[in-house]
Write a protein that binds this ligand. Structure first.
Ligand code: ADE
Ligand code: ZN
Length: 331
């Protein structure tokens, strides 16, 4: 199964580039930029990755991003992720970034996006990728409008708009105005919903923000009518099993509702979220959930096919990738 999963062509649709910062690169960048880290060693960093919930992770994650300063730093981060993802069979990735994590430290959006874009260009065509600009929902909607305005000169490099950070108490509808503006600027809307927040947030992401995909959506499983709607409207869920386990969104991976949602006809995909923090890249996520839920090989192949269908790729590229999956399975 391991060799099969890693060679299986797939797309990754829920990946925060800041969440791919491995401790080794964190130390390299800190040294290059003359910064002191609050950790003595790589092992000490990894030992700190014991999370109680989403917020306890976010506190560490935002602090770690402060080693990223120059265009070259952002390029190195992106290049490392794309190489690692390619080794897991990823042919295409739609990648979240949090501009506010950087602009709040005085870094220009252009520095961030130009660095990413350079590494993305160099990695193509063996792996293609696009960017999804995320608004931080723990900050006010006015700050989201501000960062969208600051990003306008660089939107040629950005395909989508997303919503992330602490979910509970920060419902999607607060961000109606920045989403309206982002969609008007041509960005395709997605949002994190139903990770720690209730099924109701999944509904308002759909109804108020008009999102095309739901990131996570675990809690959607609490609401039968909503599950039916997701299935009927072919609204993808970008699920992240190891993240859910490490952030205690599900008590035990064996209790994860991914297979039940698939059985109900929902377009479920498997992704890594923040692989440097949660103990695995996308291949590890496929393997962990396949083992926990005793998924068949056909179900694993279905997850890869779902990732292609749920992507924002043009239809002709989807056809090519579906054919690649079929050829791989046949061989
Ligand atoms: N930012 C990075 N990872 C996240 C997650 N799992 N939920 C919300 N915001 C995030
Ligand atoms: Zn996420």
């Amino acid at each position: 199964m391991e060799r099969f999963v890693r060679g299986l062509p797939k797309a990754e649709l829920h990946l925060h580039i800041e969440g791919t910062l491995e401790p080794e690169l964190m130390f390299q960048l800190a040294e290059r930029n003359g910064l002191e880290l609050p950790y003595g060693s790589v092992d000490e960093v990894r030992a700190a990755y014991e999370f109680e919930d989403l917020q306890s992770f976010l506190d560490i994650y935002y602090r770690a991003a402060s080693v990223l300063l120059t265009e070259g730093d952002f390029a190195d981060l992106m290049a490392a992720y794309l190489a690692r993802a390619r080794a897991d069979g990823v042919r295409h990735a739609e990648i979240f970034f949090d501009p506010q994590t950087h602009t709040e430290r005085g870094i220009d959006v252009g520095t961030v996006v130009r660095g990413f874009a350079r590494a993305q260009r160099e990695a193509a065509p063996s792996i293609t990728s696009t960017l999804i600009l995320c608004f931080l929902r723990h900050l006010p909607p006015e700050a989201a409008v501000e960062v969208l305005e600051a990003s306008r000169p660089f939107l040629d490099h950005v395909q989508g708009v997303g919503l992330d950070s602490g979910e509970a108490g920060n419902p999607p509808e607060l961000f109606a105005e920045p989403y309206r503006m982002a969609v008007e600027a041509g960005l395709r809307p997605v949002a994190h919903a139903g990770e720690e927040g209730p099924a109701e947030y999944v509904r308002s992401a759909l109804d108020v923000l008009g999102v095309e995909r739901i990131d996570h959506g675990v809690r959607a499983g609490d609401d039968h009518a909503l599950v039916k709607r997701l299935a009927e409207e072919r609204i993808p869920l970008t699920m992240c099993p190891l993240s859910n386990q490490r952030l205690k969104v599900v008590p035990d991976l064996r209790d994860h509702n991914l297979a039940d949602l698939m059985d109900a006809g929902v377009l479920v995909t498997v992704n890594s979220d923040d692989p440097a923090y949660f103990g695995g890249y996308v291949g590890d996520n496929y393997l962990a959930i396949a083992e926990a839920l005793d998924l068949s090989r056909d179900q694993v192949v279905q997850l890869a096919l779902n990732s292609i269908e749920a992507s924002f790729l043009p239809e002709d590229r989807k056809v090519e990738l579906r054919n690649e999956i079929a050829a791989y399975v046949a061989s």
